[in-house]
Design a protein around this ligand. Structure first.
Ligand code: C5P
Length: 209
């Protein structure tokens, strides 16, 4: 059985939590596609050649393997910023396309969360969600996850910079697919958001429109 759930949206809106809960509920495999861009971004930084060196970042993306996602330094704000820079490069996106497409169509069902899953990676996904929330609420949530209690204003500025870069880039900009269920989690508990997401996917699994 092949069934793809695409979960897109900006950082810290809850899409990772929702994607994981959907995967657990339906017994599907889960891929956090942000980790691919984070892995390439961090390697580009570590190699000291700058994340905007198009050719080098493209080469790193072509060399990408699943093991790169196991690095322990991918969840930092620095990795997030580096990811959103390399993610704007067409060479990087095209090198990472095949891995994601294959994952999406694997046997047994797949949940992918990211920015362009429902629009570019898997436009034919059987179920699509676009998860969003007010940026101030997202900044609060992200701050709680980050080590060292950073200033809220710093976290908010970081999120806004990434949102702008992700939404304004030429290739695969972050945008809700027309047929995605919009889930605004600003005033929703995580349990309520997950329940709505499960109900939507259940309907799609049963062939509902
Ligand atoms: O989701 P996460 O915050 O880990 O993503 C890090 C960055 O990777 C995003 O800001 C975005 O620039 C990029 N990304 C992307 N497309 C995806 C997933 C992530 O461009 N499908």
């Amino acid at each position: 059985m092949k069934f793809t759930i695409a979960v897109d949206g900006p950082a810290a809106a809850g899409k990772g939590t929702i994607a994981k809960a959907l995967a657990a509920h339906f017994g599907f495999a889960h891929l956090d596609t942000g980790l691919l861009y984070r892995a390439v971004g961090v390697q580009a930084l570590h190699d000291g050649r700058g994340v905007i060196d198009t050719a080098w970042a493209g080469e790193l993306a072509r060399r990408f393997t699943e093991a790169d996602m196991q690095r322990t330094d991918l969840r930092t704000a620095r990795a997030g910023q580096a990811a959103s820079k390399v993610a704007a490069l067409p060479e990087v996106r095209s090198a990472l396309l095949e891995f994601q497409k294959r994952f999406a169509r694997r046997e047994g069902g797949a949940v992918l969360d990211g920015r362009d899953i429902g629009t570019v990676i898997c436009p034919a996904a059987e179920a699509k969600l676009f998860v969003t929330a007010a940026d101030t609420v997202r900044a609060e949530r992200r701050r709680a996850e980050l080590p060292g209690s950073p200033e809220l204003a710093t976290v908010l500025a970081d999120l806004r910079a990434r949102d702008a870069r992700d939404a304004e880039r030429d290739v695969a900009p972050m945008v809700a697919a027309e047929d995605a269920l919009l889930l605004d989690t600003t005033d929703l508990s995580i349990n309520a958001a997950v329940a709505q997401a499960i109900a939507h996917v259940q309907e799609r699994l049963q062939g509902g429109g």
